[in-house]
Design a binder for this molecule. Structure first.
Ligand SMILES: Nc1nc2c(c(=O)[nH]1)N[C@H]1C(S)=C(S)[C@@H](COP(=O)(O)O)O[C@H]1N2
Ligand SMILES: [Mo]
Length: 327
């Protein structure tokens, strides 16, 4: 068993304007948890206001055992500014600064998520019912975009498996599909023909149940800003960033592999699996190295790791699969 993750001093990873006392919130969360109804407690701790302080009970240094093995924990996270001003979110434009500029107009309350397909529990649920108030945790994950840049990001959220299990998927649920909001009035990119809207993603059910797959509601201990995918987005840290679908409004358990936006748009370039793999180049560029956003040496590159450094946790999911074919 590897050593505990060394703690990073909050002053080192958190810009001063975003700093707050995590211990104080921990105490508050435990107090709020006593006897509070799930829905009400959740609503109380996930405010609608982007950037508002967010309560969570487990910080990265105390997170799940799997993370103890995960590299990225020792790397310095990118700043709030970098993470929220260099984004891909085509609903708001194709430029990296478009989401920061235009995503503010999206109204993230009220918000509902439909769960349907191969599950015993299905329906249309208020966002608050999805958020488990007692298990929000911080995870510092590597983030690797298919465009060969990367960051290290301190997310706040909860394991996707925790959410999915509550809906009791049936034995026919072999995959889970996700859909982004379709609201062209507030998402100007959806008025253009750049992708097939709404944005869709999917995972094999065993991938979705892996403890690293994470539902994100926050960043740096604060409510997720709209450009980062508020109010609810997915992060699958061993896969390319495009699997991390934002502004989720629908989760569907399916028997067959669901269609996904980028693999529909360019099937030779973006596969369903999209596992980070330095040995399988994109047809138009190498995936062997990456540029870390914020590196003052702009041309400096670092090696990309198999499964983005999470091979110990996820390689067994792909045993016997030809990863050149299933890219
Ligand atoms: N709905 C939606 N989700 C999306 C995208 C998008 O355009 N629309 N872009 C994806 C891509 S390509 C990446 S790299 C990540 C970027 O996440 P970030 O902006 O939080 O870094 O979001 C992913 N999720
Ligand atoms: Mo990406």
């Amino acid at each position: 068993m590897a050593a505990r993750i060394p703690r990073i001093a909050p002053s080192e990873i958190t810009p001063p304007e975003a700093y707050f006392n995590r211990r104080a919130f921990l105490t508050g969360a435990l107090a709020a948890g006593a006897g509070a109804a799930l829905g009400r407690a959740a609503a109380a701790i996930v405010p609608a206001q982007s950037g508002a302080p967010l309560t969570y009970t487990i910080d990265a240094a105390e997170s799940v055992e799997a993370l103890v093995h995960a590299p990225g924990q020792n790397e310095k996270p990118n700043t709030w500014e970098q993470i929220t001003h260099y984004n891909n979110y085509y609903e708001f434009g194709t430029g990296k600064s478009d989401p920061a500029e235009y995503a503010g107009q999206l109204q993230t309350r009220p918000w509902n998520v439909i769960v349907d397909g191969e599950a015993e529990v299905t329906g249309n649920f208020p966002l608050e019912e999805f958020l488990n108030p007692y298990a929000l945790e911080e995870r510092i994950y590597r983030f690797r975009c298919v465009e060969a840049w990367s960051m290290v990001i301190p997310w706040v959220g909860f394991p996707l498996a925790t959410l999915l299990k509550r809906f009791k998927p049936t034995s026919r649920a072999k995959y889970v599909a996700f859909q982004t909001l379709y609201r062209p009035s507030q998402m100007p990119g959806q008025r253009l023909d750049i992708l097939q809207w709404p944005y869709r993603e999917g995972l094999r059910i065993d991938e979705a149940m892996n403890p690293l797959a994470f539902m994100v509601v926050g960043l740096y201990g604060r409510v997720l800003p709209n450009q980062s995918g508020a109010p609810l987005r997915l992060i699958v840290p061993w896969k390319y960033g495009f699997k991390g679908i934002k502004a989720i409004v629908r989760i569907t358990f399916t028997e067959n592999q669901p269609a996904t936006t980028w693999s529909q748009a360019a099937p030779d370039e973006y596969g369903f699996y999209a596992n980070v793999n330095p040995n399988v180049p994109h047809p138009r560029w190498s995936q062997a190295t990456e540029r870390r956003i914020g590196n003052p040496f702009f041309h400096e590159r670092q090696p990309t790791l198999m499964f983005n450094g999470y091979a110990n946790e996820v390689a067994s999911l792909y045993k016997g699969m030809d990863l050149h074919r299933y890219f």
